[in-house]
Design a protein around this ligand. Structure first.
Ligand SMILES: NC(=O)c1ccc[n+]([C@@H]2O[C@H](COP(=O)([O-])OP(=O)(O)OC[C@H]3O[C@@H](n4cnc5c(N)ncnc54)[C@H](O)[C@@H]3O)[C@@H](O)[C@H]2O)c1
Length: 257
């Protein structure tokens, strides 16, 4: 469908930078935003996965550019924002979706794994936010962070992951207060178990006590990545104009109990 023969969509004329774009929720978010008219700038480490995301969007006549970037590196985060604005002229949405998890006994966690989890899950969103804010102030845009149920509750064997996601929840709240007078919005989605590569690839310690992580599996099974994409799209859209500093659970009820 061309833009002339269809009705206006929520993201027509908007530019969205989405991290984690090669897989899972990030890919689903790119596809969703593009299907609603956004020009999508997809960012990830995984170049092959980025290519697949781009092919899927282009196959549906969407607008997308992909960009290899390690979000744990401050200069690469600034470079990605600069490249997005160079590609599409402005920035309206920053969706911080990329993340990594490590399940391990706390005493077995290496310094390298601690640093990886903290820098990808927390430093990356912070650096991208620093780079994006001048552009978002211009466009009256918004940020959607993807944290986790693990940012709201204690989850065993994931001390670094919980700390990083709890940090992202508080980063969201702090930014929401700092920019409350300036028109931009900052929100956070907290998924629980979702059917993505992250969940399929977890390397659990052999002697793990499953009773300690029973709640993690939830009562209603896994969400689909598209369920999260739809929540992210809502928060990023003008329909959520009164939503600012929200920590929005999309977790099949996990945090209700
Ligand atoms: N899947 C779940 O059950 C679940 C639950 C709660 C929260 N989350 C969170 O949801 C988000 C999306 O995860 P997902 O389930 O789609 O996982 P996923 O593994 O399918 O996707 C994560 C993406 O992040 C990318 N990534 C990792 N490190 C990166 C880096 N340094 N720089 C750039 N990109 C990097 C990966 O290449 C991958 O494409 C993550 O922040 C995750 O912590 C997931």
């Amino acid at each position: 469908m061309t833009s002339s023969n269809r009705s206006k969509q929520r993201f027509d004329g908007k530019v969205a930078l989405v991290t984690g774009a090669a897989s899972g929720m990030g890919r689903a978010t790119c596809i969703r935003l593009a299907s609603e008219g956004a020009s999508v700038f997809g960012v990830d480490l995984n170049e092959a996965g980025l290519k697949e995301t781009a092919q899927e969007i282009e196959g549906a006549d969407g607008t997308v550019t992909v960009h290899g970037c390690d979000v744990s590196q401050r200069d690469q985060c600034f470079g990605a924002v600069e490249a997005a604005v160079a590609a599409f002229g402005s920035l309206d949405v920053l969706a911080n979706v990329a993340g990594v998890v490590r399940f391990t006994h706390t005493t077995d966690m290496s310094e390298a794994d601690w640093n990886l989890v903290m820098t990808v899950n927390l430093s990356g969103p912070f650096f991208l936010t620093q780079a994006a804010i001048p552009h978002l102030l211009e466009s009256k845009g918004n940020i959607v962070n993807v944290a986790s149920n693990a940012g709201l509750m204690g989850q065993s064997y994931t001390a670094a992951y919980c700390a990083s996601k709890g940090g992202l929840v508080q980063l969201t709240r702090s930014l929401a207060m700092e920019y409350i007078k300036q028109g931009i919005r900052i929100n956070c989605v907290c998924p629980a178990g979702t059917d993505t590569a992250m969940n399929r690839g977890i390397d659990f310690p052999e002697d793990l006590d499953w009773k300690l992580i029973g709640r993690f599996t939830g009562q209603r099974g896994f969400a689909a990545p598209e369920d999260l994409a739809s929540a992210i799209a809502y928060l990023a859209s003008d329909e959520a104009r009164a939503v600012h500093g929200s920590i929005f659970t999309v977790d099949n009820g996990m945090m209700a109990g």
